[in-house]
Design a protein around this ligand. Sequence first.
Ligand code: IMP
Length: 423
Amino acid sequence: MSVKVIVGAQWGDEGKGKVVDMLAEQSDVVARYQGGANAGHTIIVGDRKYVLHLIPSGILHPHVTCVIGNGVVIDPDALMEEIRLLESFGIEIGGRLKISHKAHLIMPYHKLLDQLQESDQKIGTTGRGIGPSYIDKYNRTGIRIVDLLDRDGLAQKLRRSIEQKNQTFRKVYDAPELDVEKTIAEYVEFDRRIDGYITDTTAYLNEAWRSGQRIVAEGAQGALLDIDHGTYPFVTSSSPTSGGACTGLGLPPTAISEVIGIAKAYCTRVGNGPFPTELVDETGEKLRRLGAEFGATTGRPRRCGWLDLFALRYSAMINGITEIVLTKLDVLSAFEELKVCTGYELDGRPVKYFPSDCSTLDRIRPVYQTLPGWNQELTGVERFEDLPEATRRYVEYIEEVVGARVGYIGIGPEREQVVVRGL
Ligand code: IMP
């Protein structure tokens, strides 16, 4: 048995939550490997809508064990709120949630810094403290879950960190300082509440893998927001690409057998940064309205545009995508014709590789292919063969350009609204 990695193949919000929920049914373990409460994974079951920010999207299946891996940055407030919410829906978390003792914590000063830095940087972050927490991790000054187990040591580390950050608040931002003792008390209380979940998840996952359990590694955000491979600096501060699954969980690359790339049938982006196929017109507005494209975490309207196959091919390359799940195809049902971007031109010449700098990305011109729309509802279709011909053509065109097979097609928000394409 081996590990399936689920990656967002675009700029996030591709619908990973629903896909992980679907795959969890035939899995034993679902493990989140990076990011934090900046993610918003939406799952709709009947008349209930669950938005998960930290807990893996497998939690709705009672037989699945959920892991928050070492690569995730954990906001205690967000985690406790999520546990409370799930329990209020009658979902038993108990022994099914395991939190890595090596995961880093998000502190109140990280959230504050994230928001203050936005006034100069304008990345358009979610303001959840993600970047500042990863900065401390790589600066080797972060506070980890394991630190919670040593109360005295924790108080000492926290005092040092808060005092240092307070200087920044005072001197750089002229902002109010944090109360050291209050913060220490909050984190001690957090430890009391999550103590039972703390696990050596690296050992747990490796044993699960070796004993033949079926593991899904769940990525958050998307490949084009990757700190190394995304549209830097307009990226998140972690590695959503498939490589991040190994470092973020402690599973070896040899454990991975499949990389499932989730791609929306069009493109969206939240926050700032290059978006070559963006539509700032009525068509973009229509996509936003029909696709309900508003952030699950921040509620911000998402920028919308045509499907960018040039970027998707790049994403397939860096992730090693073995299969694509195409989501929200039903949203395109109301369009007469559809454009897909097949390449970029720079100064009239074709661009060979996805550009690595924003100034080039701002100057490129997308090259489009126009495909016929299908002008027909897809609701209720169960088999690929029963989709309208133009819909099938759209899917097959994606496969041709990207060079990966589309195995599942999302045709509505409900759990069941998926066309599973047989082999
Ligand atoms: P951060 O992750 O909050 O630091 O934000 C950095 C960039 O990533 C911003 O453009 C955010 O809008 C974007 N981002 C972060 N998380 C998500 C997500 O889950 N979906 C889509 N975009 C995200």
